[in-house]
Design a protein around this ligand. Structure first.
Ligand code: GDP
Ligand code: MG
Length: 178
């Protein structure tokens, strides 16, 4: 039913996960590497706009980052509401942060339509990972991602590994799902 003119050109993408897993680093590293410094508004949350062109159509991701409220587990519902994609972040070196990922997802889903929102499960700090620990955590993460129907990616904000590929994937999938 949706005509092209009604389709959105900006997708709201929210980033959730335990404090210090690397959410802000992930967004900043990606956005600053491609542009000087994106627009940033402080309205209790911060967001960065990242522009893409997909199939010749201008398309932007509005990446929402908390201003540290996740420390108190009281992220406001305005933060979650109307998201086209949810990025659940955990630290590959911190098993508890993976354990908490499901709770973050449940909270984020309260104000969203499960049939239309896209989910991504992201393991960060890949550069720090001891190969054995990494393999084990990753196995659990892949299991969880299948359960919750999320796409799983392991990235590093420090080295930049997989970051660009990951955000391009988020952009193209949200674009397709409009
Ligand atoms: P947030 O609380 O989830 O936003 O986490 P931050 O982005 O503030 O990062 C928390 C800490 O982890 C900071 O000291 C970062 O420098 C560090 N960090 C974030 N991403 C990476 C990464 O990919 N590799 C390494 N080695 N450290 C990281
Ligand atoms: Mg942060």
């Amino acid at each position: 039913q949706s005509s092209d003119s009604l389709r959105f050109t900006v997708a709201k993408v929210i980033v959730v996960g335990d404090v210090a897993v690397g959410k802000t680093s992930l967004i900043n590293r990606f956005c600053r590497d491609r542009y000087e410094k994106g627009y940033k508004a402080t309205i209790g949350v911060d967001f960065e706009m990242e522009r893409f062109e997909i199939l010749g159509v201008p398309f932007s991701l509005q990446l929402w980052d908390t201003a540290g409220q996740e420390r108190f587990k009281c992220v406001a519902s305005t933060y979650y509401r109307g998201a086209q994609a949810i990025i659940v972040v955990f630290d590959l070196n911190n098993y508890y942060s993976l354990d908490n990922a499901r709770q973050w997802l449940d909270d984020a889903m309260i104000d969203n339509d499960p049939s239309s929102v896209l989910l991504f499960l992201i393991g960060t700090k890949k550069d720090l990972s001891h190969p054995d620990v990494f393999a084990q955590t990753e196995q659990e993460a892949i299991k969880l991602s299948k359960e919750i129907r999320a796409e799983y990616w392991a990235v590093s904000a420090l080295s930049g590994e997989n970051l660009r590929e990951f955000f391009l994937r988020v952009a193209s999938l949200t674009f397709e799902a409009r």
